[in-house]
Write a protein that binds this ligand. Structure first.
Ligand SMILES: Cc1cc2nc3c(=O)[nH]c(=O)nc-3n(C[C@H](O)[C@H](O)[C@H](O)COP(=O)(O)OP(=O)(O)OC[C@H]3O[C@@H](n4cnc5c(N)ncnc54)[C@H](O)[C@@H]3O)c2cc1C
Ligand SMILES: NC(=O)c1ccc[n+]([C@@H]2O[C@H](COP(=O)([O-])OP(=O)(O)OC[C@H]3O[C@@H](n4cnc5c(N)ncnc54)[C@H](O)[C@@H]3O)[C@@H](O)[C@H]2O)c1
Length: 471
C-alpha cells in the first residue's frame, strides 16, 4: 500500500461509471474517495437522465392508461387531468430512493464520499471545492478515474429560460404539461420524451436535421414507431434544422432553416451532449479533451497519462448507463492489476419510447451490406396469448438467422417488455446458439417469451422451404 497518497484511488463523478469504479477499488482492499456535488450523488443517471426519464415514462403509462386502452377502449384513463405534480411525485420518490442506495453502497464499502466539484491541481492531486465558502480541500490519489459524464449541448444563439425553452435535463422542472411542444433532435432522448408528451396529449413536433431517426435500429421497427407516434399526433420534420427560437409571454416560435415557423408552448432541446471536462483543469494533469469535451482512452480505459483512467459518457460511444458501470469496474481492475474479462461485443440497446424498442446483434441492413445470407423469423404479439392478455396488439419480435449455419445473428423487438425480452436472444447469441435451440426449448405459456419460439419456427420453416423449393 502506498502511503505517499491520501487515497489509492480517487474517482471524480458518482454516476454509474464512477460508482462502480469506486466500489471495485474498495473490493480490492483499496482506500477510495469519490467526488461529486451534494445534489448529484448518483450522477446524471439518477438525478436528471436515465432514472427520472424512465420513471416519468412509467408514470405516464400508468396514469394515461395507455397500455390498457386496447382492452378498455380509447377513452380509458386512470386519471382525467394529469398534472405535472402527479408525474413528478413518482419521479422524486424513485430518485430519492436511488440516491439512498448509492450512498449506502458507498458507505458500506468504506468509500469516502467528498462533496464538491473536483479539479486537478497536479497529475495526482485533486482540489474539491464545496458549494459553501471555505469548503475547500486538496486530496491526492495514486490512481484517478474521471467519470464526469456529459451535459446537454446548448447552441449559443438560443436563450434557455428554464421555463419555455429547456434542455432535456430541465424537463423535470416544467410547471405544467405543455399543450404543444417542439422537440429539437430526434436522438434517443428526443424521441423518448416526444413519446411521453404525446401520450400525455401534448401536440409534439420533432425537428431533426438528418433525413431519418434512430438509423442504427431495424428500419421496420423504426417505421412502426413512427406510425404509432403519428397516431399520437406527433409531427416529424426530418431534414430540417432549427436556427432560432423566440420566446414571448404566450409561448415560443421555432424557426427552421427552410423558413418554416412552428408555434408551441415550449421547446425542448435534445440535440446531443457535451463532455463535462471544462471544470477539471485538465492541463494540470497533462490531459486534453476534444472539441466535444471528451477524453480518449485505450482498451484499458487509460488516458494518455498512465495513472489516470476515464470511463462512462465522458469517453463517448456508447454512452449508456450499463456500459458505463462495466467500464468503471474494469478501469479499477486495470488500475490495480486485477485480471478481468473484457466486455462482450454483444451489447443490447434499449430505447424507452412508447412502445419500447430493443435489439442485440446485427441489423438486416448490416447483414445485407456485408453479404451475409440470413432469414427472418417473425412473431407478432397479437398472435400470442400473452399479447392478447396484456392488450398489446402491435408488438413484434424479429429474429435474424444465418441460412448457412442457422446461428442467431440478431434479435429485434418492438412492444411490451422489449427491453427485458432482448436478453434471451442476447444469451443465445453469446453462447453461439442456433435457431434450433429456440425451436427445441419449451417456454412458459402464456408468456411474451413464447415469441422466441414462434419466430424461431417461422425462420426454420422459411429455411426448410428454401431446401424444398430446390435450394
Ligand atoms: C434523459 C436521458 C435518458 C437516458 N436514458 C438512458 C437509458 O434508458 N438507458 C441507459 O443505459 N442510459 C441512458 N442514458 C445515459 C446514461 O444516463 C449515461 O450513460 C450514464 O449516466 C453515464 O454515466 P457516467 O458514469 O458517465 O456518469 P453520469 O451519470 O453522467 O454522472 C457524471 C457525474 O459526474 C459529476 N461531475 C461532473 N464534473 C464533475 C467535477 N468536476 N467534480 C465532481 N463531479 C463532477 C456530475 O455532477 C455527475 O453527477 C440517458 C441519459 C439521459 C440524459
Ligand atoms: N434508452 C437509452 O439507452 C438512452 C436514452 C436516452 C439517452 N441515451 C444516451 O444519451 C445520448 C445522447 O442522446 P441525444 O438524443 O441528446 O443525442 P444524439 O446526438 O443521439 O441526438 C441528437 C440529434 O439532434 C439532431 N440535431 C442537432 N442539432 C439540431 C438542430 N439544430 N436542428 C435539428 N436537429 C438537430 C442531431 O442530428 C441528432 O440526430 C445517446 O447517444 C444515448 O447514448 C440513451
Amino acid at each position: 500500500m502506498s502511503s505517499e497518497y491520501d487515497y489509492d484511488l480517487v474517482v471524480i463523478g458518482s454516476g454509474p461509471g464512477g460508482q462502480k469504479a469506486a466500489i471495485a477499488g474498495a473490493k480490492l482492499g483499496k482506500r477510495v474517495a469519490i467526488v461529486d456535488k451534494a445534489d448529484m450523488v448518483g450522477g446524471v443517471c439518477v438525478n436528471t437522465g436515465t432514472i427520472p426519464s424512465k420513471t416519468l415514462r412509467e408514470a405516464v403509462m400508468y396514469l394515461t392508461g395507455m397500455s390498457q386502452r386496447e382492452l378498455y377502449g380509447a377513452s380509458y384513463r386512470v386519471k382525467e387531468d394529469i398534472t405535472i405534480s402527479d408525474l413528478l411525485a413518482r419521479t422524486q420518490h424513485v430518485i430519492g430512493h436511488e440516491v439512498q442506495v448509492v450512498r449506502a453502497q458507498l458507505h458500506r464499502n468504506q468509500v469516502d464520499l467528498l462533496t464538491g466539484t473536483g479539479s486537478f491541481t497536479g497529475p495526482h492531486s485533486v482540489a474539491v471545492e464545496g458549494a459553501h465558502r471555505g469548503e475547500h480541500r486538496v486530496i491526492s490519489g495514486e490512481k484517478i478515474v474521471i467519470a464526469t459524464g456529459t451535459r446537454p449541448a446548448r447552441p449559443s444563439q438560443v436563450d434557455f429560460d428554464e421555463a419555455r425553452v429547456l434542455d432535456s435535463d430541465e424537463v423535470l422542472q416544467l410547471d405544467t404539461i405543455p399543450s404543444s411542444l417542439v422537440v429539437v433532435g430526434a436522438g434517443v432522448i428526443g424521441i423518448e420524451y416526444a413519446s411521453m408528451f404525446a401520450a400525455l396529449g401534448s401536440r409534439v413536433t420533432v425537428v431533426e436535421q438528418r433525413e431519418r431517426m434512430l438509423d442504427f435500429c431495424d428500419s421496420e421497427i423504426v417505421e412502426s414507431l413512427k406510425f404509432h407516434l403519428r397516431d399520437l399526433a406527433v409531427t416529424f420534420r426530418f431534414g430540417e434544422k432549427v436556427v432560432d427560437v423566440s420566446v414571448s409571454e404566450q409561448g415560443t416560435v421555432t424557426t427552421l432553416a427552410s423558413g418554416k415557423r412552428i408555434a408551441a408552448e415550449a421547446v425542448m432541446y435534445s440535440a446531443g451532449r457535451q463532455g463535462c471536462t471544462e471544470s477539471l483543469n485538465l492541463e494540470a494533469a497533462g490531459l486534453e479533451a476534444d472539441h466535444r469535451g471528451r477524453l480518449s482512452v485505450d482498451g484499458s480505459y487509460r488516458t494518455s497519462v498512465e495513472h489516470i483512467y476515464a470511463v462512462g459518457d465522458v469517453i463517448g460511444f456508447p454512452a449508456l448507463a450499463a456500459t458505463s458501470m462495466d467500464q468503471g469496474r474494469l478501469a479499477a481492475y486495470h488500475a490495480f492489476g486485477e485480471t478481468a474479462n473484457e466486455l462482450s461485443g454483444l451489447q443490447p440497446i434499449g430505447i424507452y419510447t412508447i412502445p419500447e424498442i430493443s435489439y442485440c446483434g446485427a441489423t438486416e441492413a448490416e447483414l445485407t451490406s456485408s453479404s451475409v445470407p440470413y432469414e427472418v423469423g417473425l412473431a407478432r404479439y397479437r398472435e400470442l396469448a400473452r399479447g392478447q392478455i396484456v392488450g398489446d396488439a402491435y408488438g413484434m419480435l424479429k429474429l435474424l438467422v444465418s441460412t448457412e449455419d442457422r446461428k442467431l445473428l440478431g434479435v429485434h423487438l418492438f412492444g411490451t417488455g422489449a427491453t427485458d425480452l432482448v436478453h434471451i436472444g442476447q444469451a443465445v447469441m453469446a453462447c453461439g446458439g442456433t435457431v434450433d435451440y429456440l425451436v427445441d426449448t419449451v417456454f412458459n405459456y402464456p408468456t411474451l417469451s413464447e415469441a422466441y419460439k414462434v419466430a424461431a419456427l417461422d425462420a426454420t420453416n422459411k429455411i426448410r422451404a428454401l431446401g424444398r423449393f430446390g435450394g
